[in-house]
Design a protein around this ligand. Structure first.
Ligand code: GAR
Length: 189
C-alpha cells in the first residue's frame, strides 16, 4: 500500500507510521510527504527515512482551488492508495478531495463529534469532560466532520493541563493511526 502523508508541523504521527513500517508492524510504504509549511520538522523526519518530500505553500497560489490542485497533482504523482493527514492544519475542499474519493483520512485529538477544529485538547479541558481521546476519520468538506473510522479514549486526570492531556492523547494517536492504516491496507475499513 502506497501512502502520501500531509503534514504541517512536528510530525510525531508521521514518525509513528515510519517506525511501524521500519519494525515490520505495518506493510506499507510512505511514497511522499507533503508539507504546507517549509520548516515543518516532519520534513526532516521524512528525509531521515529516505522519503521524498515536497513543500507546497498556500501563499504561492492566488486561490485556494489553485493551491489544492497543486497539492493534489503532487500527491497523485506518488500514486497513493491512501492519503493520511497527520497534523495537516488546513481544511481541504473539493479541488483536492474530489481527486481521491474514499482515500483521505485524518487524525484529530478529540472524541469527535465533540471539539472540532483547533486546540481540541484545550476545548475538552474547558468543557470539563472526564474522557477525552482521539479519532481517525474520513475527510469530507466539513471541519473534522467525516465518517468516523475508530477512536481511542483517554481519561482526563485531576490537575491535567493542555500539555499533559495532549501528551497522553498523542500516545494513543500514534497507536490508533498505525492500527487504522493497517486495517485500511487489509481492506477492513
Ligand atoms: C496531533 O495531535 C493531531 O491530532 C493534531 O495535530 C497534532 C499533530 O502532531 N491535528 C489536528 O488538530 C488536526 N485538526 P504531530 O505533527 O506530532 O503528528
Amino acid at each position: 500500500m502506497r501512502m502520501v502523508v500531509l503534514v504541517s508541523g512536528r510530525g510525531s504521527n508521521l514518525q509513528a507510521i515510519l517506525d511501524a513500517i521500519e519494525d515490520g508492524r505495518l506493510a506499507a510504504e510512505v511514497a511522499a510527504v507533503i508539507s504546507d509549511v517549509p520548516d515543518a520538522y516532519a520534513l526532516k523526519r521524512a528525509e531521515r527515512a529516505g522519503v521524498p518530500t515536497y513543500c507546497i505553500e498556500k501563499r504561492d497560489y492566488s486561490s485556494r482551488a489553485d493551491f489544492e490542485t497543486a497539492l493534489a497533482d503532487c500527491a497523485e504523482g506518488a500514486r497513493p492508495d491512501l492519503i493520511v493527514l497527520a497534523g495537516f492544519m488546513r481544511v481541504l475542499g473539493e479541488a483536492f478531495l474530489d481527486r481521491f474519493p474514499g482515500k483521505v483520512i485524518n487524525i484529530h485529538p478529540s472524541l469527535l463529534p465533540s471539539f472540532r477544529g483547533l486546540e481540541a485538547q484545550r476545548q475538552a479541558l474547558e468543557a470539563g469532560v472526564r474522557y477525552a481521546g482521539c479519532t481517525v476519520h474520513f475527510v469530507d468538506l466539513g471541519v473534522d466532520s467525516g465518517l468516523i473510522i475508530d477512536q481511542r479514549v483517554v481519561r482526563v486526570l485531576p490537575g491535567d493541563d493542555v500539555e499533559t492531556l495532549s501528551a497522553r492523547i498523542l500516545e494513543q494517536e500514534h497507536d490508533l493511526l498505525v492500527d487504522v492504516i493497517r486495517r485500511f491496507g487489509a481492506g477492513l475499513v
